[in-house]
Ligand binder design. Structure first.
Ligand code: GDP
Length: 432
């Protein structure tokens, strides 16, 4: 169960808000300045999602420095929480006590939702815009007493919660599925023969798995892999019937069926449009990617020089792909394939803990904020990883981000966490 902590000065209406969230009149004691209340967890749910709300009423009544006491209270709550609701009084505006608490909250990596309570009417709601100065983004104006704005707030809380943990891993145990693709004559069959030739061990079956008859189970680097749709590669006649159109359909379906694709390129020839199309298929299908420059035995110093330039130019959009220089003919670097596949798959299935992700993000946006556009700069409030295979991230923002800034975030995300060999997806959810 994820935990939502409600923090804020005494008398801002935290307990009323908690009542609103848990949806029933429970014996939540009203904030009375000077009264110590323990942190009590309450069960709540919204849209079928269960979570725990912790009402942090407790503070040190005798503390000389009240701001420090509130900060300490916030600190305790923040440690255990997945999401923090920071409640301020919309009628009062922000106070120095609020600002002290905010300092603390911002140092933590937890997502913080700013709630301006007691916004009973539109006038107060308008005034609440001054709370932007707290630096926590747009305030959620609510009236806990009357229920105004609480639905939107609950939606925001749900969005900020970490993903519900999966009960079962839904990936069937068995060999990892690899697509060996590339335009005709790049050496796909030759490479396949390296792994499944007469002199090599061809695995026929793996206990408990059924393999499509067009697939091959082969041993690469001491591990069994399922090479999808290799039937067409084995039988040269099978290829004769294939026009480019059908070959391309077949390539697309192999990529779709695979988890990781090895795109073979012919190092002795220029990177063609057809090569690019295959690469695009992999990227768009969201599969892990290893690019193998085959026929490396034909690459001399001259070709090497031009190839390097070509790679810079043609593969600029996929700098994250793992690259190998190999030769199906001589066997050069063929043993590098299995480690490359494993690495790409590991990246593809990486999950970054929410706290770690937001810690990194907070530092990033602090160091390099979004440029000001039309007098305003959208702020990234927090991020969550929405899924894996490939890793997908959602950025919650106060407005749409510049394409350039979004690319910057992606580049930095990769710099920090790697994802070598895997595409990643970042979507932006601006708060309405
Ligand atoms: P496919 O159409 O992608 O399956 O390509 P093939 O495996 O049929 O190979 C096409 C041609 O390239 C054949 O003549 C192979 O002998 C040759 N070939 C494949 N790999 C290499 C390599 O690493 N080096 C060289 N020099 N030739 C290769």
């Amino acid at each position: 169960r994820p935990v939502v902590a409600v923090v804020g000065r005494p008398n801002v209406g935290k307990s009323t808000l908690v009542n609103r969230i848990i949806g029933r009149r429970q014996a939540v004691v009203e904030d009375i300045p000077g009264v110590t209340r323990d942190r009590v967890p309450y069960d709540a749910q919204w849209n079928g999602r269960e979570f725990t709300v912790v009402d942090t009423g407790g503070w040190e009544p005798d503390a000389k420095d009240r701001a420090a006491a509130i900060a300490a209270q916030a600190e305790t709550a923040v440690v255990t929480a997945d999401v923090v609701l920071f409640v301020v009084d919309a009628m009062v505006g922000s106070t120095d006590v609020d600002e002290a608490a905010v300092k603390m909250l911002r140092r933590s990596a937890k997502p913080v939702i700013l709630v301006a309570n007691k916004a009973d009417n539109t006038t107060i709601e308008m005034e609440a815009t001054s709370l932007w100065s707290l630096g926590l983004g747009e305030p959620f104006t609510v009236s806990a007493l009357h229920g105004r704005g609480s639905g939107d707030l609950l939606d925001a809380i749900m969005a900020a919660l970490p993903e519900a943990p999966k009960i079962v891993e839904n990936r069937p145990r068995g060999p990892r599925r690899v697509a060996l693709v590339g335009r005709p004559n790049v050496g796909k069959s030759s490479l396949l023969n390296r792994f499944s030739g007469e002199d090599r061990a061809v695995v026929d079956s793996v206990a408990g798995t059924t393999v499509d008859p067009v697939d091959s189970l082969v041993e690469i680097g001491g591990e069994t892999w399922q090479l999808v749709d290799t039937a067409g590669l084995r039988k040269r006649v099978g290829r004769a019937s294939g026009t480019e159109y059908y070959a391309s359909l077949r390539t697309a379906s192999a990529i779709e069926a695979a988890e990781v694709a090895v795109v073979l390129l012919d190092s002795s020839e220029v990177i063609s449009e057809q090569d690019q199309r295959v690469l695009t298929m992999v990227v768009e299908a969201g599969r892990a990617l290893v690019i193998a420059f085959n026929k490396w035995d034909l690459v001399d110093a001259d070709r090497r020089y031009y190839l390097d330039k070509e790679i810079d130019r043609e593969l600029r959009r996929i700098p994250w792909a793992i690259r190998l220089n190999l030769s199906a003919q001589t066997g050069r670097a063929v043993d590098k394939l299995a480690p490359a596949l494993r690495k790409a798959l590991a990246s593809w299935e990486t999950r970054i803990p929410t706290a770690q992700l937001n810690q990194w993000l907070t530092a990033l946006v602090q160091a390099t904020p979004h440029p000001v556009r039309g007098g305003r700069a959208p702020r990234i409030l927090f991020a969550t990883q929405a899924g894996v295979a490939p890793p997908r991230f959602v950025l919650f923002t106060t407005g749409p981000l510049d394409a350039g800034y979004q690319r910057f975030v992606e580049r930095k995300l990769r710099e920090e966490f790697g994802f070598e060999g895997s595409p990643i997806d970042i979507s932006v959810r601006p708060r309405k």
